[in-house]
Design a protein around this ligand. Sequence first.
Ligand code: DHE
Length: 659
Amino acid sequence: MKPKRSYKILGLGMLVAFLFPMVKGNLVGQEKEYKGKGKEIFNNKACIACHDFSGTDKPTGPSLKGVTTRVSEDWLKKWLKNPDEVKKTDKYAQELDKKFPTSNMVNLGLSDQEIKDIIDYLKWMDKAGTVATEFKPLSSQEFEKAKYIYFNKCSGCHGAKRWGATGPSLLPNSHIKQAKEYPGGGTRDKGTEALKAIIWNGTPAGMPPWGKEGMLTPEEVDLMARYVQMDPPPVPKLEMKEAKQSWELIVKPEDRPQSDPTKGRFLNYFGVILRDAGKVAIIDGTTKQLLNVVDSGFATHILRSSHSGRYFYTIGRDGRVGLIDLWFDKPKLVAKVRTCWDARSVDSSKAPGYEDKYAIVGCYTPNQYWILDGQTLEPLSLKSVEDSKDWATGNKLPEVRVASIVASEDEPFWVINLKESGWVYLVDYRDPKNPKETRLKADNFLHDGGWVKVPGKQEKRYFLVAANAKNKMCIVDTKEHKVINCLDVGKIPHPGRGANIVDPQYGPVYVTGHIGDEKLVYIGVDPEKYPQYAWKVVREIPVKSAGNLFVKSHPNSNHLWFDMPLSSKQENGTFVNGQVGVIDIKTGKILKYIQVSPKRVVHLEYDKDGKEVWISGWLDNKIYVYDDKTLELKKVITGDWIKTPTGKFNVYNTSKDIY
Ligand code: DHE
């Protein structure tokens, strides 16, 4: 069945609708409020994330104003049932795909009744015209509460100043002009009701279903929908004086064990982040016994090991750094300091002569990084990156956050990645109170990444980092101090630290997955032995989920594991949670999808010898241990101390950058 009108006529219709926005269709003979089930389904299935009824198309999808008059009911039914099928033959559907290339309509797994209800709602809306929602500003008390929630749950993706980054800008209308280089914005236009539906249900683009999964209450969802329609508050400074005041040396270095009582056993310990508890569990990877649960601060994000492996550095969304000493019988926190309001990255000095000596913390807010004493966490120096202008245009940016950091093992510098501005700095720490920066241009929205490891070579020379909102992976040559290239990969690459494996055809490759694309990508990384493949995408492996966050392998394994925490797509078009996938490195084929849990699972980590893979049951509070050879479940670690486990870090693998 063909649509009733062509797209051009549709455009004209929209113009008319745009010129007369206040004409409320005809509500004569129609209820003022929609009473059917269609609206709830429309919101719950996140249709509202991509479509509105304003009469103006958004980059995410066409406005649905007038949809029931421009296409037939039969066409709508088929479209909602199975868009991929319609797209095969129908020209109008193909035009839509071209017009909205970054957000094609997906199969929502709707029942016939749900489709009927949605069409009923669309018809009602076409009669009612646009019904504006009223905006209710927050009281100052509500504003403070919402600010706290935003900071903890939203600012990572949308930015502390709400200009957007991995997620769209959330600035109100008054800022739209300024924010024109940033997609999104215009929250006042979207209105409370649409924003509430998006926050509650999440979106296919990767926004989590905050309400539906119980991470925000209905009242909090309402609060946030109103908060993002107000001007963002200013970000206060956090400088040396405040950091020094917050610094606590709990156990002095001379009062700590002077030799390793575990006789090397600690190298197979795991640090497991208990995200919502603000704690880290230290588990003996050999016995699977819990050794201690250490307070680390709100929503701890990652752990990094010192060069020797003795110390874990923790960093959390509250910008607190912790130092855990694993040589105590019960590993304990020996120092802590607060250097940022919000942070994601920390690392230790690893160059010869500097092992375990210093640490670096990258802040999301304020836009700065710190060098700390590696044994005590005493703040030594602070450097702002606010002046880092856009690498391409030279324009000043509203926000420049420090994203991933890695430590060179060959020379005394850290590689730090500036998210918004797209610069990579090599920070030389020989004089830690006055670090020197070598600045390299890469691409905007630098996020996570890892070292390239070529078997048989000690050297860690190349570092790959995702320019995630640019859909690229950038290759940094830390020896020659240059960015070789930024390669197109898939939509929103998310390597975590990535995985280094040897492909039978292409030699050593580095692997990344994607948040927005259903594929893993292999990049050739050995310019000496395989120059024809170096710094090229050599293999793409289709996987059944966009929404992969982490990949992991180990030099002793033939497997590459990947998670799918943002749910995986089944053959019938519906989505499930709790699965991971395993690839046979020798064939480049998927060996198996494993249903680990009925609920969301995240992040994978090998034990020291590469024989086990640990997976976090984020929402069922369990840690699943799989045998890497048989792919069978070996053990489930449980206990009332496990709360929202996320990242897991094996001491040996983390200190040696094995992934
Ligand atoms: Fe992460 C790594 C930022 C959401 C778990 N995360 C990183 C890194 C950055 C980052 C910059 C790299 C650090 C490094 O190597 O120095 N993460 C962000 C965000 O900005 C984002 C998108 C939103 C936010 O508000 O934080 C985000 N991250 C998440 C999650 O939702 C995860 C799954 C759970 C959580 O803690 O909230 C999560 N991120 C992790 C983990 C790593 C990580 C486990 C380390 C992976 C590794 O193997 O090293």
